[in-house]
Design a protein around this ligand. Structure first.
Ligand code: 5AD
Ligand code: SF4
Length: 579
C-alpha cells in the first residue's frame, strides 16, 4: 500500500481478552453520497477462503456492497472492487491467499479506481496484516473479522482520501444484528448462532482471530430462520465455532438444545449444525436431535487425536474413552446417524504409539467422512512454542497412513448404501454434465443421478446404484413430474389462504338457512324466466331481488366470496413452483 492510513492494527494480547456479556448492537451503517456515486455501475467480487463462517461473512459483505450500489460479478477481469476474505487456520490456507492477491495486480495497474480489499481471520494476525501492507502496495483496504459492519465507512474513506486504509481491531467483539445479506444459495442457508470461541485448543488460532464466544439472541436466530422457511429454503445450517456451547454466556439455562428445538419446530425440511465440540455435547442435545425428523442425523464431531495424552496437550478437555462413550451414546439413540470428524496428524512430539491410537480410534468409529490435516504451527498459540521432534517426512507418512484408514471407514458406509433409496436435496445440474443432477443425502453424501434441472432445490428419492466412495451414482426413484405436483399440492394445503377457503366453503355448505335461500333463489329465477312478458314479471323480479339480497347479506356467503378472492394471489405464487 503506497500511501496508507493505519487506523489500527491487530494486537494478539488484546485478542486473548475474555469477558462475559457481549453488547448487542444493530447495524447502522451509513452510505455516503461519495460511496453511492462511486458504486454506480461498478461490479464487485468476493473471494472467500476457509470455513462456512467465512462464507456467511461473504454474504454479509455482499449485503453491504449491494446496499451501497455495487452489483455482483464472477468475472475477475472486469471487477471494479475485489475483497479477498482470508482464512488463518493453517499455513496452506494462507499461502493460497498470497497467490490470490497477486492475481489482482493487473486490475490495479490498469485502473486507478480499482479497489482491492483484504479481510478475514488472517488480517487479525499481527504479522500478516503488516506483511501485506509492505508487500502488496496495490491493496487499498484491510479490515478484520470484528469490523465488517464498518465496510461502507471504510470504503468511503478510501474513495474520498484516495489513500489506502488499514483498520483491524482486536477486542472481545459485539454481536451485530440486522446485518444486510445476499445469500449465495437459494435453498441452503447458513445461520450464525454464535461467534468466536473460548476453548483455546493449544494449536488453534480461531479464539484470537474471532474473539470471545458470544451467542446471538435466541429470538433473532428464530426470526432469521422463520423468514428463511417463508422464503422456501430447504436447509438451514446453524453455525458456530462450537455450537454446543450456545447460550452459556446468557447464564439463564438457554442451551444449544433450546435453539435446535425451536428452529426444528419452524418446519424447515432439513436442519444441520456445525461444529460440535465433544466436551459440550449433552445427552439432552442428543435427545432433541433424535426427536425431530427434520434434524439431520449427521454430526460433525472433531476428535483431533485418538491419544488421551495428545488430547491433553491439545487442551481438548476429553479423553479417548470419553469421546468413544459419546459416539456410543449417539449410536444407541440414532443407529444410522452419520459421524464425521477432523483429525490433526503430527502434533508436536506425537509418538508412533500415539499416532496409532488415532488409527485404532478411526477403525473403531468408522467415520462417514473425515477431514485430515497435518499440524501447522500458528504464531501466538501455545503449541507453536512447543519443541517438536517429529520430522516433516514422518508427518507426511503418518498422514498417508491415516487417509487409508479413514477411507476404509468411508467405503464401509458407502458400500452399505448401494441398492437403498435416500432423500437427496438437489443442488442442481452438475458442472460437467447438465443432464446429471447432484445433491446430498441426510448423511451429507454426494449423489449424482440423471434427472431434469427443474428438480433443483427439491428433495427427491434416489436409489443408489454405484459406490464411488466419496460420491455415489444413483437413479431417481420417483416420477419427477409427481415431485413437482406433490410439492404444489403440499404448498397449497399448508397455505393459510387455502385453509381459510376450505373452512369458508364448509361453513357455506352447512348453513341450512343459506342453502334454503339458494334453493329459493334458483326457483325464483326459473319463475322469473317463465313470467317474461306476463303481468307477474315485476312481482317475480322483486321476489328474486329480495332473495338475492338476503343471500348477499349472509355472513357465510360473504366469507366464502372473500376467501375465494384471496386465492388469486396464491395461484400466482403457485405458478412459480410449477415453472
Ligand atoms: N494445524 C492443523 N490443523 C488445524 N486445525 C485447526 N488448527 C490447526 C492447526 N494449527 C484443524 C482442526 C479443526 C479444523 C477446522 O482445522 O482439525 O477442527
Ligand atoms: Fe479452534 Fe478448538 Fe475453538 Fe475449534 S474448539 S475453533 S479447534 S479453539
Amino acid at each position: 500500500m503506497s500511501r496508507c492510513r493505519i487506523i489500527s492494527l491487530p494486537d494478539l494480547s488484546k485478542a486473548r481478552n475474555r469477558q462475559d456479556g457481549a453488547s448487542i448492537k444493530y447495524d447502522e451503517a451509513v452510505y455516503s453520497d461519495a460511496l453511492r456515486r462511486f458504486a454506480q455501475g461498478k461490479k464487485y467480487l468476493v473471494k472467500t477462503f476457509g470455513c462456512q463462517g467465512n462464507v456467511r461473512d461473504e454474504e454479509i459483505i455482499s449485503g453491504y456492497l449491494e446496499k451501497a450500489g455495487f452489483s455482483k460479478t464472477s468475472d475477475e477481469k472486469t471487477a471494479d472492487l475485489v475483497i479477498v476474505n482470508t482464512c488463518a487456520v493453517r499455513e496452506n490456507a494462507e499461502d493460497k491467499v498470497y497467490g490470490e492477491i497477486g492475481k489482482f495486480k493487473a486490475n490495479a495497474t490498469a485502473d486507478k479506481d480499482f479497489i482491492l480489499g483484504v479481510c478475514g481471520c488472517m488480517m487479525q494476525e499481527e504479522a500478516k496484516a503488516e506483511k501485506l501492507i509492505k508487500t502488496y502496495p496495490f491493496i487499498k483496504l484491510i479490515f478484520g473479522t470484528h469490523n465488517i459492519a464498518d465496510l461502507p465507512s471504510l470504503l468511503d474513506q478510501v474513495i474520498t482520501t484516495r489513500q489506502g486504509v488499514v483498520d483491524v481491531i482486536s477486542y472481545p467483539g459485539d454481536v451485530i444484528e440486522n446485518l444486510p445479506s445476499i445469500r449465495l444459495d437459494p435453498y441452503k442457508a447458513f445461520v450464525n448462532i454464535s461467534y468466536g470461541c473460548d476453548k483455546f485448543c493449544t494449536y488453534c488460532i480461531v479464539p484470537y482471530t474471532r474473539g470471545r464466544e458470544r451467542s446471538r439472541p435466541l429470538q433473532s436466530i428464530i426470526e432469521e430462520c422463520r423468514n428463511l422457511v417463508a422464503e422456501g429454503y430447504q436447509e438451514i445450517t446453524l453455525l458456530g465455532q462450537n455450537v454446543n456451547s450456545y447460550g452459556k454466556d446468557f447464564h439463564d439455562g438457554t442451551s444449544f438444545a433450546t435453539v435446535l428445538e425451536e428452529v426444528a419446530k419452524l418446519g424447515i425440511p432439513r436442519l444441520r449444525f456445525t461444529t460440535s465440540h465433544p466436551w459440550d455435547f449433552s445427552l439432552e442435545m442428543l435427545d432433541v436431535i433424535a426427536k425431530y425428523p427434520n434434524i439431520m442425523k449427521c454430526i460433525h464431531l472433531p476428535v483431533q487425536s485418538g491419544s488421551t495424552e495428545v488430547l491433553r496437550k491439545m487442551g481438548r478437555r476429553y479423553t479417548r474413552e470419553q469421546y468413544l462413550d459419546l459416539v456410543k451414546a449417539i449410536r444407541e439413540r440414532m443407529p444410522d446417524c452419520a459421524i464425521t470428524t477432523d483429525i490433526i496428524v503430527g502434533f508436536p512430539n506425537e509418538t508412533e504409539e500415539q499416532f496409532e491410537e488415532t488409527l485404532t480410534l478411526c477403525e473403531e468409529v468408522k467415520y462417514d467422512a473425515a477431514f485430515t490435516f497435518i499440524y501447522s504451527p500458528r504464531v501466538g498459540t501455545p503449541a507453536a512454542k512447543m519443541a517438536d521432534n517429529v520430522s516433516d517426512e514422518t508427518k507426511h507418512e503418518r498422514f498417508n497412513r491415516l487417509v487409508k484408514v479413514v477411507e476404509a471407514g468411508v467405503v464401509y458406509h458407502s458400500a452399505e448404501m448401494v441398492g437403498k433409496t435416500y432423500d437427496v436435496l438437489v443442488d442442481g445440474p452438475s458442472k460437467k454434465n447438465a443432464a446429471i443432477l447432484s445433491g446430498y443425502t441426510e448423511s451429507n453424501k454426494l449423489v449424482n443421478f440423471p434427472g431434469p434441472s427443474y428438480l433443483k432445490g427439491h428433495i427427491v428419492k434416489v436409489r443408489i446404484i454405484e459406490n464411488h466412495a466419496y460420491s455415489m451414482l444413483g437413479e431417481l426413484n420417483e416420477n419427477p413430474v409427481d415431485v413437482i405436483l406433490g410439492k404444489a399440492k403440499e404448498k397449497l394445503t399448508q397455505e393459510p389462504a387455502y385453509i381459510n377457503y376450505l373452512a369458508a366453503k364448509e361453513a357455506f355448505a352447512s348453513d341450512a338457512e343459506l342453502q334454503r335461500l339458494l334453493a329459493e333463489k334458483e326457483a325464483a329465477q326459473k319463475a322469473l324466466a317463465l313470467s317474461l312478458g306476463s303481468n307477474d314479471y315485476e312481482a317475480k323480479k322483486a321476489t328474486f331481488a329480495k332473495i338475492s339480497a338476503s343471500i348477499e347479506e349472509n355472513p357465510h356467503y360473504i366469507n366464502f366470496i372473500s376467501a375465494s378472492d384471496d386465492l388469486r394471489d396464491l395461484f400466482e405464487e403457485m405458478k412459480a413452483i410449477l415453472q
